[in-house]
Structures are given as C-alpha cells and as structure tokens.
Design a protein around this ligand. Structure first.
Ligand SMILES: [Mg+2]
Length: 380
C-alpha cells in the first residue's frame, strides 16, 4: 500500500484552532491524525506541508518505521506533524486489518475509562461560579474535575490572588463533596518556593494531584515540590523524549505521568506507558485537543493495565463538533467506552470542516487574566 496524498484541515474551534491531517492511499483507505498546536496553528500546518515529500509513496502499514524515518529527516527531532502522520498511518493499519487499534495494541484491560472533565468553568474567576459549575458537572455524572484556580499568575502570585485561588478550591470541594476527585492544574506557573507554599495550602482539600506546579522541563523542581507537600505532583505533557519519563520516574517520588500522544506519536506514547509500568507508575495521558484525541487516547488507555484516568473537554464542545467528527466516544456517567470501529474509529467530514475556518483569536492565553472564560478577548 502506498500513500498518494496528504491534506491538512484547520477547524476554527473558538479557544483553540484544531489541525487535522488526512492520508490517502492507492487502495482507497484513508487515515486521520491531529497536529493541533494549541497556542499556535500555522507553524503546524507548515510542518505537515514540509513533511509531504517524505511521506508520499511510503507504506502506511508500518507506522513506527515511518515515524522514525521522519524523525531522522529532522535530525532526530519529533514534531506534531510527524506525530499526526504516524497517527493517520495507525488508522490505516487498523482499517486494513478491520480491527480497532486497542485490539492491535494487545486487547483491552478496561471496558470503560474513568474521565475527568476539564474546561467546564467558562466564566468569572469567582468561587460561587466555580462551585455552581462543578455541581452541574457532578449532576451529569462526572466523578472528577480538573481546574486551574490561579488566574494569570506567572512565577509568583499575589496574596490576594492566592487567597482567591484557595477559596475557589474550597468552594468546589464543598460543592462536590469528598467522593468526587478534584485535580489542580497549575500550568507551569510557579517557582519552587511558591509551589510548595501553595501546595501546602491545598492539602486540606485532598486533591487527586497538582499538575506542573513548576516549569515542565524542571525535573528536580518537581521532585522537590513533590517531597515537600502532601499532594501528588504530576507532569509529562510537555515531554518529547522517552528518556525524560525514565529520568523522572527513577527518583521514585512521582508515580503518575501524563504523556501526550498527540505530540509523542502513538508508538512513543506506548513506550512511555511501558516505562511507567516498569516503575509501577500510573498513566493519565494529557489531552486538550479535539475529540479525535479523545478516541485516540481511549484506545491507548484501554490497552494498558496501569491506566488511571482520562482527560476530557468534550462536554463544552461547540454543537457542530459532532458534525465535523463522527465516531468519537462520548462521556456517559463519567466514563468513556472505547470505540470498536476499525482504526481509531473516527472520520472527519471534510465539507463540514471547511464550514469552520481558522480564527485568528482562537487562542487561550493562560498568563492573561480572564483566560478562564475561553472566549476571545474581544467577546469578554
Ligand atoms: Mg496540564
């Protein structure tokens, strides 16, 4: 089988433009992948475009080999475009064997996957609003909620803003009760000293974790924070190399990792899961892109025994999302059921995708006050 064409589709989701790629083969099978950048869009469209000459004529039935060829072409650097091409190749491989990818990954350890909701607090940075929104999510069946209560804090946080963050967490905990997990996202915001101070204040609310309290590349900083507070510290979404997972876990202090399959590529993501298994650590993949990645992560998570919980933004998706993407599993009673259709099980409706073009304001500026609304600045 040969790849004969490669197309890119940008879909203007309001808080993050989604970038999809589609591979076409000489046997009529197509494959879908995602190269969403989040805080930038066009570099990844260009990334895919420049990879084109390395991809046309290749056999998509060897995704790991194809990905390595592209990584070598970039002097041993991975990229979102390379990952998206690899994802689409896996999709074609699954379709060619008429098998869902969880089957090809070794079968299922889980029939359903517990989910935590993210992106559910689209409004003012106000404890009452967070509490009310959290209660609504619990009423829908969610048993775990993630949120960043820290506003636009960068390195430091003012006393007033820190106190507000604590009151937001307190209000959410009171609204949802002890049986619902709350997960604190810190978005790389703090110095080690600030992270330890804030982390200690969070202990009374028993969060399931605090995520990237210091810069994602800072393994020693995360280890120090983790040793200093009684809240589990998690990271991994920004890691691009297998070695980073091994180096982190070798300390035996942090035991939950968050690989990002959309940037690592499915093959490398599965290898990070094996590294985690070697250290008896748990896996909760990062995901903040389109619902295509919900499906991809569901296949990956279902195939490992040490799955912890899956991230999900889909409840707040625009209604047209479900016309652009078909076959995506939806959260019901706080869990996902992994798709059984061949490949990833998701198809892109090209005509519908074209109805929602790139938006120059479709970005989440996490270090600007008011980002929680997830609306362009002009509409706030
Ligand atoms: Mg994060």
């Amino acid at each position: 089988m040969k790849i004969v064409d490669l197309k890119t589709f940008v879909v203007g989701n309001p808080w993050k433009n989604w970038v999809f790629i589609k591979l076409y083969t000489d046997e009529g099978l197509t494959g879908l992948g995602e190269a969403t950048g989040g805080l930038s869009t066009k570099p990844w469209v260009g990334d895919v475009d420049e990879l084109r000459r390395h991809v046309i004529g290749e056999d998509p039935l060897h995704p790991d080999r194809l990905a390595l060829k592209l990584i070598k072409a970039r002097y041993l650097s991975n990229s979102k475009g390379i990952s998206a091409i690899e994802q689409a190749s896996w999709d074609i491989l699954g379709k060619s064997l008429n098998a869902p990818l969880w089957q090809i990954f070794g079968g299922k350890h889980h029939e359903t996957l517990r989910v935590y909701a993210n992106g559910w607090y689209r409004g003012p940075r106000d404890p009452a609003f967070f509490a009310e929104s959290a209660a609504q999510m619990v009423a829908k069946g969610y048993t775990a909620l993630k949120f960043d209560p820290f506003g636009g804090a960068y390195q430091q946080i003012t006393k007033e803003s820190e106190d507000l963050a604590i009151e937001i967490v307190r209000a959410v905990r009171q609204a949802v009760g002890r049986s619902v997990d709350i997960l604190i996202e810190a978005h790389d915001r703090f110095t080690v000293g600030t992270a330890v101070r804030v982390g200690r204040r969070l202990e009374e609310f028993e969060p399931m974790w605090i995520e990237t309290p210091v810069r994602s590349y800072d393994l020693a900083g995360h280890i120090e924070v983790a040793r200093s507070i009684r809240v589990p510290v998690v990271l991994g979404e920004a890691f691009g190399e297998l070695r980073q997972f091994a180096d982190l876990l070798a300390h035996r202090v942090i035991d939950i990792v968050q690989p990002e399959p959309q940037t690592l590529g499915p093959s490398a993501a599965r290898k990070t899961m094996a590294i985690a298994q070697a250290y008896d650590a748990l896996v909760a993949c990062h995901q903040a892109q389109s619902p295509f990645c919900t499906a991809m992560n569901a296949h990956l998570h279902a195939s490992i025994p040490h799955f912890l919980i899956q991230e999900n933004f889909d409840d707040g998706a625009e209604p047209w999302t479900w016309d652009v993407l078909s076959g995506v599993p939806r959260v019901e009673n706080g869990v996902l059921r992994v798709p059984d259709a061949p490949g990833w099980g998701v198809e892109l409706n090209e005509d519908e995708a074209l109805q929602h073009p790139y938006g120059e304001r479709n970005f989440l500026r996490l270090f600007e006050e008011g980002w929680e609304t997830r609306r362009p600045k002009s509409e706030q």
